[in-house]
Design a protein around this ligand. Structure first.
Ligand SMILES: Cc1cc2nc3c(=O)[nH]c(=O)nc-3n(C[C@H](O)[C@H](O)[C@H](O)COP(=O)(O)OP(=O)(O)OC[C@H]3O[C@@H](n4cnc5c(N)ncnc54)[C@H](O)[C@@H]3O)c2cc1C
Length: 406
């Protein structure tokens, strides 16, 4: 019998970890709170050889190349509609850009043969001792696993249960971000990317959805101290966004009118997770739960790399999870913190104050500075990757709980 691992969360890091652990012969269960895969989100990107190497070793790179968006250039305008800054595809889209929802589906399909996926399920209690982690689920089921991994995002449930309340680990960085779909009334074409109005402390952008020419995607960012609101109350969130952009010109009134109709609003503080220890006993964290940044912190690439290293170290440690968790954190912490720095700057970059806005537009209108920033972004993602291929189990020996290999 393989080591039994429960992963909480079927976003990006969860299915990536499941894929690797399955290949190494672990018995993997993934509990996802949502009733089905959460396909939401806009474009996410991978940049630099480390990201691409991990995707290639996972066997998903060709799939992602087939569904890549082609990138999302960004144009910033003022209230008269005059272009103040143009950022090319490589700036925001990295080396390969895909829609987050498409990526989630690819990772799910590649991990499904080795994984017992439970949708609409969530951990309500965790208790660990020398025999394992005793888990109670929302459904009432009780099970014991050898290990539990929280891959349940910036607002991680496993982190709360194992380490304590979110306020200890998640820092608000001074801005909020919102995104939703709307009819493509501006007729933005697939390669056009997005156009956004900047006024001090605010960005109101609209761009191609990449999926459907009839649909566009709105993306708003605004400066604000931490707000108190109900994360499940979309009407309340819509009112906050409308209030933050009241009186703003350009296309904003029409974009806000579309917000009232939106049924797929994403709204969150731009914040950063810092957890002093990424594991406690038999419970570890991966992806945004351990080291996330809401936007700009390369959370998707870091999540993929972290899942690769965590699974590889567990395979290499042959049952010594304490050694594996320590090696995983030792290899990844500095790397993840380097990538997170982009997240620290994201709000101030997208929606700067008056002086910051002038400075940003002045500097990034110079090709040399722009190229330097793109290269710095690539460099931040570099990690000397350990090679764990020797631990991969032959396909006919892979444990497939309750499901035949496809
Ligand atoms: C709906 C959505 C849209 C996003 N859109 C963007 C975007 O447009 N651009 C961008 O750069 N990043 C976006 N992100 C964040 C991005 O996916 C992550 O930064 C990154 O990919 C790291 O992934 P992760 O797997 O650690 O976390 P996530 O991708 O956030 O996945 C976490 C998963 O855990 C699940 N979960 C949460 N609580 C529980 C619980 N109690 N029990 C079980 N499961 C739980 C969530 O439903 C989710 O599926 C989005 C995330 C989500 C969930």
């Amino acid at each position: 019998m393989g080591t039994k691992v429960l992963i909480s969360g079927a976003g990006i890091a969860g299915p990536a970890l499941a894929l690797w652990l399955g290949r190494y012969g672990f018995e993997v269960t993934v509990a996802e709170a949502a009733p089905r895969l959460r396909g939401g989100g806009q474009a996410v990107d991978f940049r630099g050889t480390t990201h691409l190497t991990v995707l290639e070793r996972m066997g998903v790179l060709d799939d992602l190349r087939r569904i890549r968006t082609g990138g999302s250039p960004m144009r910033f305008v003022d209230e008269s509609g005059r272009t103040r800054l143009h950022l090319p595809t490589e700036f925001a889209g990295g080396d390969i850009e895909v829609l987050r929802g498409d990526l989630v589906h690819v990772l799910y399909e590649h991990s499904r043969p080795f994984t017992d996926y439970r949708f609409g399920e969530s951990v309500t209690e965790l208790r660990q001792d020398a025999d394992g982690v005793h888990v109670r689920f929302r459904s009432g089921e009780a099970r014991t696993f050898d290990l539990v991994v929280g891959a349940d995002g910036l607002h991680s449930n496993v982190r709360r249960l194992a380490h304590g309340p979110e306020e200890r680990y998640v820092t608000h960085l001074g801005h909020y971000a919102a995104g939703w779909s709307l009819p493509n009334y501006l007729g933005i074409g697939p390669g056009e990317g997005s156009v956004g109005l900047n006024v001090p402390g605010r960005l109101a952008a609209v761009g191609t959805s990449h999926r459907d020419p009839e649909t566009a995607a709105a993306f708003f960012v605004f400066a604000s101290p931490a707000l108190t609101y109900d994360r499940h109350d979309q009407e309340q969130q819509k009112a906050i966004i409308a209030g933050a952009f009241a009186g703003t010109g350009w296309e904003v009134p029409r974009l806000l009118a579309s917000l009232a109709e939106a049924d797929d609003l994403y709204f969150d503080s731009i914040s950063r997770a810092d957890v002093p220890n990424w594991s406690t006993g038999r419970v570890a964290l991966v992806g945004d739960a351990a080291c996330g940044a809401t936007i700009g912190g390369m959370g998707t690439g870091t999540g993929i790399v972290a899942a690769y290293v965590l699974a590889g170290e567990l395979a290499a440690a042959a049952g010594d999870h304490t050694a594996a968790f320590a090696r995983y954190e030792g290899l990844l912490r500095g790397y993840a913190q380097g990538c997170q720095k982009g997240g620290d700057r994201a709000g101030k970059f997208l929606a700067p104050g008056a002086v910051g806005l002038r400075l940003r537009n002045w500097s990034l209108n110079r090709p040399r500075i722009l190229d330097w920033m793109i290269e710095e972004g690539r460099k931040a993602t570099h990690l000397d990757l350990p090679d764990y291929r020797r631990f991969e189990t032959a396909p006919d020996r892979i444990s497939t709980p309750g499901r035949p290999l496809r």
